[in-house]
Design a protein around this ligand. Structure first.
Ligand code: ADP
Length: 201
């Protein structure tokens, strides 16, 4: 049966890293809808959506719900029926969770990667990501590239995310605790399969 998995967790919980590990050898069975990656691409390409989104992302704020809901719905509609989907970073607010349930997006599982605020802050300080493939490196987790500034996987350039500054990370954590925690509770209460994983690596 087709699965639609919602992958959630605080900033720096390691969603991207876990996802890449999970997908190894299963790339053909799954399609990933990553809200953050899709938005970063829009910003990079300086589209109208990208210009609107940058303003929110740089401040560590969430993008308005109607934009995200449409973005995710379009991706789900585009996906072949026999391919399972991973919704990376959706739903992040109660309104997004309600929309997911009302529009019958068909979410079957919620995976919640759990990490403390202190650990997330500490990881974010040394996190750099690949501009090309999204791979992330963190000194804190003893994961650094072999060649400074270059991604081991694809040779892409490693950069600091503009929203990984300490004051912005604190804002993103605050937003997670206020908005995303209730969205996770709502999805849990809806009866989907719920899995909580301690993010230790
Ligand atoms: P992180 O999980 O580390 O915050 P993401 O790459 O998932 O990183 O998201 C980066 C930014 O993209 C968020 O801070 C937010 O501005 C925006 N974003 C991603 N997903 C959503 C969503 N579901 N709703 C609103 N904004 C989102």
């Amino acid at each position: 049966m087709r699965k639609i998995i919602s992958l959630l967790g605080k900033p720096c919980a390691g969603k991207g890293t876990r996802l890449r590990q999970f997908l190894e050898g299963k790339e053909e069975q799954y399609m990933v809808v990553s809200c953050g990656e899709a938005l970063r691409e829009e910003v990079e390409n300086e589209t109208i959506l990208g210009r609107q989104a940058k303003h929110y992302m740089d401040a560590g704020k969430l993008i308005p719900d109607y934009i995200i809901i449409n973005l995710v719905l379009n991706q789900i509609r585009k996906a072949p029926e026999d391919v399972s989907l991973i919704l990376d970073g959706f739903p992040r607010t109660l309104e997004q969770a309600e929309a997911a349930l009302e529009c019958e997006m068909g979410i079957t599982h919620v995976v919640n990667l759990v990490v403390s605020d202190a650990e997330a802050i500490s990881r974010s300080e040394s996190r750099i990501i690949c501009k090309k493939c999204g791979e992330s490196y963190t000194q804190k987790m003893f994961k650094m590239p072999k060649k400074e500034g270059i991604c081991d996987k694809c040779g892409g350039k490693l950069v600091k995310r503009s929203d990984d500054k300490p004051e912005i990370i604190e804002e993103r954590l605050k937003i997670f605790n206020i908005y995303t925690a209730p969205a996770i509770d709502r999805m849990k209460a809806s009866g989907v399969e719920y899995l909580e994983i301690e993010s230790t690596f």
